[in-house]
Design a binder for this molecule. Sequence first.
Ligand code: NG1
Length: 388
Amino acid sequence: MKQRLEELFWQKFGQKPQYAVRAPGRVNLLGEHVDYNDGLVLPAAIDRATLVVFSPAQGDESRLYAADFAEEAAFTLAGLPAKTQTDASPLPDWALYPAGVMWALHAEGLNIPALHAVFASDVPRGSGLSSSASVEMAFVSAWQTLAGWNLPPMRRALLGQKAENEYVGVNCGIMDQFASACGVQDHLLLLDCRSLDWQEVALPPDLAIVVADTTVRRKLTSGEYNLRRAACEQAVQILSAPLLGIRALRDVTPQAFNQHAHLLPPEVEKRARHVVEEIDRTAKAVESLRQGDLPAFGEAMNACHASLRDLYEVSCPELDVMTRIAQSLPGCYGARLTGAGFGGCTVNLVKREQAQAFAQALAAGYQSETGLSPEIYTCQTSNGAGQA
Ligand code: NG1
């Protein structure tokens, strides 16, 4: 991919790009839809990434070419608040991510030189593998490289999240940008989304993480996503009458929740129950993983899927089919949808020696039930964003 981008850069800008950076997507093993509830998440950065080749530009205009869309956008700092290009036309959707990053870095008071860049990604878009965070973290790295400031990875992740929340308009938590910035090869990352403390959790070498893409993409996910978040906030507001001092669903134990759940409207109760139980489930499952109890960890993944399907209602028929088949196959400890849901990918924890047979059987079963050809692959965990 790098060579192709360098050639495109030559064609667009008549010179060789001076730098290249990459930032990975991520898969999440457990702790879904809890990052914006101050919960615990367990993602890993993966070997799918956004790659940017770039050079500093003269003047104040940044010009970006998105190879995946065969489209160019040009903008300056002055046009960012209105989300317009230099010619006053609106920024295309894909450009909101790099422009949002520039806007967030500027709001932080950082020096951000104009750049010429060509970029592409092999993280499938809208599939639950954080393509948007990988674009954001790649451009934070690009501007850091050019400007010479040096922020710690978590700080860079927070600025990427600010771009997504306040510029793109998706009220997401910190998990994706964190995983893309802080990934460690052969490890899962256990992040406490309240304190932002995190630890590496070694991935047992005889385990494979298999990602299965249903190929179904949902539109309007950001609207549904923001609605889920609003339901969680409503639950906190109502529960804070009996449970003084709670700030997020993180502060509510399953016992306390059961005691006061009757106060919540039925739909809000379902949403909040998922979050409260998922945070508890994740804390316990990480202990199982550390003790090498993979069946118990896999059970927690299966329970997470059922909860996302029945309580949080972010699954779809294709994700349910893919998960059901996977859970019935030999060597599979656990399977569930990963990321926001509504389509996209499942994550499967499989005995390494059986991973290939698992992938083949899963693809065949899914295809015969849905008529769709899925993309299934064993992913490697990777390091966080940096030089390519
Ligand atoms: P996806 O859609 O998988 O990138 C989204 C949010 C995360 C998190 C998960 C659900 C974005 C960029 N990220 O991830 O913060 O809330 O859903 O756990 O929307």
